[in-house]
Design a protein around this ligand. Structure first.
Ligand code: MN
Ligand code: MN
Length: 304
């Protein structure tokens, strides 16, 4: 990786670190989820201005609750309020010219699930302690699994950390929360996110029926004029990064009917892909802690 690219990752990470600090103050019980997401996303842009760069959310702020592990972001008319006994995963990303940082933390204001929350935090800490040039990638999941099971919980097996690349939030290598057979070694130039998920459930998430997050799968011709305009905008604004349906709704202000028709066409033609909410069994809880790292000159730099 050249120096300039590395600097952009570092910059995105610096912005995201500040955004995470602010997000901890923003995500308080009694507040509407929609306001929490909006405020964090706006703050990411504001921080860029302070740093003299253009910084944008790399994906919609995910605010997944209790058994939900990932991919809930508020709808445009969302009235859901953050309750103090909930286990809320706040997953946020920022990018500078497509160079992405990805991080997450879990909040549970009444501490009813404190041990679970601490478990994913500790799993990330322990994973970071084994990451150095020469470590086999498969060892990371081993450390995560050991930590989580050692505290009486299960790692979520079908959610993983991942590589990061310009305008891409999920590239190889896959870094599962259980050991895998990946014997490739960590080396200079790698950028990746590690994200342990701990649960009192079985450790498997499945897709729910709700999607509020989308990305462009394959741009192609579409007849519906509104669909065409939404696609043009998304291509220019988000490229291959995920975006929220509420961002599209706010931008175009179409009637509900026009908007739904346009989205239906884009999804049916596989121009857009949807990211359904991923969840454990009802009544279970999931916690998540995530950060992004860059390996450079033989050192592992924690970006966020
Ligand atoms: Mn994330
Ligand atoms: Mn991630």
């Amino acid at each position: 990786m050249n120096k300039k690219d590395a600097e952009k990752y570092v910059k995105a990470g610096k912005i995201l670190r500040k955004a995470r600090e602010k997000a901890r103050k923003i995500a308080v019980p009694g507040k509407k989820m929609l306001d929490i997401a909006n405020e964090i996303e706006q703050y990411i842009e504001k921080l860029g201005k302070e740093e003299g760069v253009v910084s944008k959310p790399a994906f919609p702020v995910n605010l997944s609750v209790n058994e939900e592990a990932a991919h809930r972001t508020p709808a445009s008319n969302d009235e859901m309020v953050f309750e103090k006994n909930q286990v809320l995963k706040v997953d946020l990303g920022a990018h500078v010219d497509g160079f992405v940082g990805d991080c997450a933390f879990t909040v549970n204001p009444d501490n009813s699930q404190a041990k679970l929350v601490e478990t994913s935090e500790l799993a990330l800490e322990n994973a970071l302690s084994v990451i150095k040039p020469g470590t086999e990638i498969g060892k990371i999941g081993e450390e995560i699994e050991k930590t989580i099971r050692g505290r009486g919980f299960n790692p979520v097996q079908n959610l993983s950390g991942h590589g990061l690349a310009p305008y891409l939030t999920h590239t190889p290598p896959t870094i599962p929360n259980i050991p895998n057979k990946d014997s490739r070694e960590i080396e200079d130039g790698m950028v990746f996110a590690i994200e342990p998920f701990a649960t009192d459930g079985k450790g498997f998430v499945r897709e729910s029926g709700i999607s509020e997050i989308f990305s462009i799968e394959e741009p192609k011709a579409v007849r519906n004029i509104h669909a065409r305009k939404i696609l043009e905008f998304a291509l220019k604004e988000y490229k291959t990064l995920p975006f929220a349906e509420r961002w599209i709704i706010e931008k175009f202000k179409l009637s509900d009917f026009q908007h739904k028709l346009a989205m239906r066409d884009l999804l049916r033609a596989n121009i857009f892909r949807a990211y359904p909410i991923l969840k454990e069994e009802e009544g279970m809880f999931v916690s998540q802690t995530e950060t992004s790292v860059l390996v450079q000159d033989g050192n592992v730099k924690i970006l966020v």
